[in-house]
Write a new protein. Sequence first.
Length: 132
Amino acid sequence: MDQHDDINGQMVECPKCASRMARYTHGGISVDRCPTCAGLWLDALELERLIDTPAEAREFDRGSSASPRRADTRKAISCPRDKSPMVAMSDARQPHVSYEKCTVCGGVFLDAGELRDLAEFTLVERIRSMLG
Ligand SMILES: [Zn+2]
Ligand SMILES: [Zn+2]
């Protein structure tokens, strides 16, 4: 069948293990989660929104922020939407969290546990700043 439907449609393929990702919607945000490796595909701006809402992040991310990132590889991966090569990014506040970002559409791929890790760190920072 025509593969072009997938690019603009609902279904994306996991860039790491090529499983069909399933779409989850919660709190007005939709993300795609891989049923095999539990990696998450987030469209541009979804990551920013989820980092600020740890409760939502936990809904989507079934991994643990404490679990080692065995799924992390140095292998180059391609954007599931536009097939552009994705670049490895490190979070400025949490250099141990690395994820892949597409420079064309702005989508990001997070391994299981990484979204949770990013969001929990943000929450801790916020509490610290409230305590002064
Ligand atoms: Zn996967
Ligand atoms: Zn892309």
